[in-house]
Design a protein around this ligand. Structure first.
Ligand code: BGC
Length: 386
């Protein structure tokens, strides 16, 4: 079968041929890949950045935002059946720490976890994939068009949930559920897919959401945000450190830019006892200057919290499916418009390019035979150097 792979460290993607995976264990689930999303991590891998090939191999099959259809199950599988739509999760735990043993590899304590399509395990940009039932999440048929958003949404769900858990532990008893968000003022910084899906999860919980980016008000991201009742803030007109005086203090800042200098400026907008949750993963090593004493003073004197959040646990994947369902019921078609660019798998070079300010989510379509057809097959053909 065909797959798209990178040799970690090299800015070069290529078609490769791999044997079609087979189900061996009783809990194996085999899916035909229908579409796979592309995010900043894929682009980083394709540019020679953070990636690790499986042990004993040179190349890594990329892709971690999959959506597929079950074509075969082992004898012991009960939660999914042939024909079901399914997504597979990303991270596989070290199984040595207490978090991984408790099915929370997203909180792995050793750092020895693996991630499909990113770190040490082949990913999902391939015709077929096999994984264990415990890593499969069923997506109802009416969410077929948006199911590929489950992975980025699961990441946003975890961040939102972590913020809620932290805050409810610090507040008088009672505010322990989704209701904590009701009427809260939330600033989402960076309106890429994670930021917008975070905004969606927050709107579904009744929060007042402001979304900061540096694109024209009429472009795709602000329009999508406004479609779910959020307010766009053009960061070119309001500097991050002025956000507080312009918009009022924020109970929650959901950071999804991966721009460290912005992160520290944004803290000026955080309310007393507010929380800032970081999801962006910055590249590079360039140092930045921060007003350290002022920053720490404010964090302490105002009981503020700043936390990082990565990946997602099974519960966050389930929450992603539930919230996609709720969002489609509430806002309808606009939700699918988060997917702004679709490319047949054979056009992966074009898909990996940036598509300008009208890009939100780019996906590779694997569904039709035609979308996988390339002139010539095998390693080295249809390759892209970036
Ligand atoms: C993925 C996460 C992953 C993280 C770190 C992100 O792009 O969505 O699942 O844990 O990268 O590798």
């Amino acid at each position: 079968m065909k797959a798209i792979a990178v040799i970690p460290g090299q800015a070069h993607l290529q078609w490769i041929e791999r044997p079609e995976p087979v189900t061996g264990a009783a809990d194996d689930v085999k899916a035909r890949v229908l579409r796979v999303g592309i995010c900043g991590t894929d682009r980083e891998e394709a540019g020679g950045g953070r990636a690790l090939a499986p042990q004993g191999r040179q190349e890594l099959v990329i892709g971690h935002e999959m959506f597929g259809q079950v074509v075969e199950v082992g004898a012991g599988v009960t939660r999914v059946k042939c024909g079901d739509y399914v997504v597979f999760t990303v991270r596989r735990g070290c199984m040595r720490c207490v978090q991984c043993r408790a099915a929370r590899p997203d909180m792995c304590l050793t750092g020895q976890y693996l991630e499909r399509g990113i770190w040490g395990l082949d990913g999902y940009q391939a015709e077929y994939v096999v994984d264990r039932e415990e890593h499969a999440v069923r997506v109802p048929p009416h969410l077929e068009a948006v199911g590929v958003l489950c992975e980025p949404l699961s990441v946003a769900e975890k961040a939102v949930n972590e913020a809620m858990l932290m805050q409810s532990a610090r507040m008088p008893a009672g505010a322990v559920g989704r209701e904590w968000f009701s009427g809260r003022r939330c600033l989402v910084a960076g309106l890429g897919p994670i930021g917008l899906l975070g905004a969606m999860a927050l709107r579904l919980r009744g929060a007042e959401v402001y979304g900061l980016d540096v694109v024209d008000a009429g472009s795709a991201r602000p329009r999508w945000l406004e479609g779910i009742g959020g307010h766009y803030v053009d960061g070119r007109r309001i500097a991050a450190h002025e956000a507080s005086s312009a918009l009022g203090a924020m109970d929650l800042i959901f950071e999804a830019t991966g721009v460290p200098a912005l992160v520290f400026n944004l803290l000026d907008a955080l309310a007393r006892s507010g929380i800032c949750v970081l999801t962006g993963i910055p590249g590079g090593t360039r140092p930045i200057q921060v007003a350290g004493a002022e920053l720490v003073r404010r964090l302490v004197l105002s009981n503020q919290a700043m936390i990082g959040s990565v990946n997602a646990a099974p519960a966050h994947w389930e929450a992603a499916v539930e919230d996609l369902d709720a969002a489609v019921q509430r806002w309808g078609d606009p939700i699918v418009q988060l997917i702004t660019h679709r490319h047949p798998a054979r056009d992966f070079e074009a898909a990996l390019e940036h598509h300008g300010s009208d890009e939100i989510k780019v996906v590779l379509e694997w569904g039709d035979k035609d979308s996988r057809a390339v002139s010539g097959t095998g390693s080295g053909t249809g390759s892209a150097t970036r």
